[in-house]
Design a binder for this molecule. Structure first.
Ligand code: PMP
Length: 429
């Protein structure tokens, strides 16, 4: 197939998508890319070209990991059914998953997506607190349901005037007072709820603040805000869809960096390495109250195949030492990106932890204007060089680097060298 044929076929596929799937979807990249195969940190297009995946946290243990593929295939060949029969695999999974949490978190419930997990957490929080108000960050993303789209300002939908949501700025200062500043914003939001007769139900945050632009420092900064929401009678919901399952290179969960125990934890994306399994973990006393007043059924959530996939992912994280790898490779990548910062003025800040890194681009330093256009150009130029990343943050000027946890130092080198060349090309343009 010639390059021209490939372009034509990409154009044809886009036209076919638009005809069949309609106009609401968005594709990545000016020149969208088609993949037909994946392996480890690599994705392959129809011509057999390989792309370095420095973006996808769903295939966290590597694309098409054989242990996960076999677990799914084996269970699918024996039995898959809805979740109202007794089946031990989901219990084996819950048992294994719960060992990764602090002792206070005693139950696991299963869903098919992070959105469903967050939606369930909202229901539990509303039921147990009697409140309706939720606090989220200014560029948060928490899911696709009606309730969560309202709590996802990054979607750009305007909040209803009578909304029970309050927004707080993301904790971006990374100083000794970051926790206090963030808590002050949360207290101000709680005061505003009180003035408007809204009872608080919870503070819902992504513990790595990915769509806000990746904020991990200083460790522990979330604690004062969590104390504030609890003092007001609300719950702390840790959305671990992004940082969960070892990505921070420290422990299994992003909240562990803040040395606190959430009331509810939601998880998804990497949980089945691509198989749609997600869930919520909770304090048993909360579910006792929720269960007494409500009930929960999810046709597919936690079915035998999903549970087998989930177990296999945990086994790989453990057997391949992927949390330690995220720490090692992530630390190496962070250092190399900081070296790059010394040579490229456009890089205003490099931050993150483990294999979740944000590179903030601004014209003329950290106080300068966000380099939104340059960020988009870099993401697209890297894609032309077959390296995949994306951009996040309120101005889409933070390069979002979030590779599968099997990323090694030579992959990090390849990413940094390509980024270096792209920054040079941009500078010369
Ligand atoms: N929470 C966060 C922090 C997310 O990033 C996402 C997905 N991008 C979700 C929730 C929703 O997960 P899902 O797409 O599986 O519904």
């Amino acid at each position: 197939m010639s390059a021209n044929d490939a372009v034509v076929s990409t154009r044809d596929i886009i036209a076919r998508r638009n005809r069949l799937l309609g106009p609401a979807y968005r594709l990545f990249y000016e020149q969208p890319v088609q993949f037909v195969r994946g392996e480890g940190v690599w994705l392959y297009d129809p011509d057999g070209n390989r792309y370095l995946d420095a973006y996808n946290n769903v295939a966290a243990v590597g694309h098409c990991h054989p242990h996960v593929v076999q677990a799914i295939a084996r269970q699918a060949a024996v039995l898959n059914t809805h979740t109202r029969y007794l089946h031990e695999t989901v219990l084996d999974y819950a048992e294994k998953l719960l060992t990764t949490f602090p002792a206070e978190i005693g139950h696991a419930m299963f869903t098919c997506s992070g959105s469903e997990a967050n939606d369930l957490a909202l229901r539990v929080a509303r039921t147990c607190t009697g409140g309706t108000g939720f606090i989220v960050t200014q560029t948060a993303y928490h899911g696709v349901t009606v309730a969560l789209a309202e709590l996802s300002p990054s979607l750009g939908l305007s909040a209803e005037k009578d909304s029970h949501m309050r927004l707080v700025p993301a904790p971006r200062s990374a100083g000794d007072d970051t926790g206090e500043i963030f808590a002050r914003q949360v207290r101000a939001a709680l005061d505003d709820m009180a003035r408007n007769g809204i009872r608080p139900a919870g503070l819902l945050v992504d513990t790595i603040f990915s769509s806000d632009g990746v904020f991990a420092d200083p460790p522990g900064f979330l604690r004062p805000a969590v104390e504030a929401i609890r003092a007001a009678g609300g719950l702390f919901i840790a959305d671990e869809v992004q940082p969960g399952f070892g990505r921070t290179g420290e422990q299994m969960w992003g909240f562990a960096r803040h040395d606190l125990v959430p009331d509810l934890v939601t998880m998804g994306k990497p949980m089945g390495n691509g198989h749609p399994v997600a869930g919520m973990a909770a304090r048993p006393d909360l579910l006792a109250e929720f269960g007494a007043r409500s009930r929960y059924f999810n046709t597919f959530g936690g079915n035998p195949v999903s549970a087998a996939a989930g177990i296999a992912v945990l086994e790989v994280i453990e057997s391949e030492g992927l949390i330690a790898n995220a720490r090692r490779t992530g630390g190496y990548l962070l250092d190399r990106l900081k070296q790059l910062q010394a040579r490229h003025e456009l890089i205003a800040e490099v931050r993150g932890v483990g294999l979740f890194i944000g590179v903030e681009l601004r014209r003329a330093g950290i106080a300068g204007t966000p380099a939104t256009r340059e960020s988009a150009a870099i993401v697209n130029m890297l894609r032309e060089r077959r390296v995949l990343i994306s951009a996040a943050g309120p101005h889409a000027n933070v390069l979002k680097i979030r590779p599968p946890l099997v990323f090694a130092t030579d992959h990090a080198d390849m990413l940094v060298e390509n980024l270096d060349q792209v920054l040079q090309a941009l500078h010369q343009a």
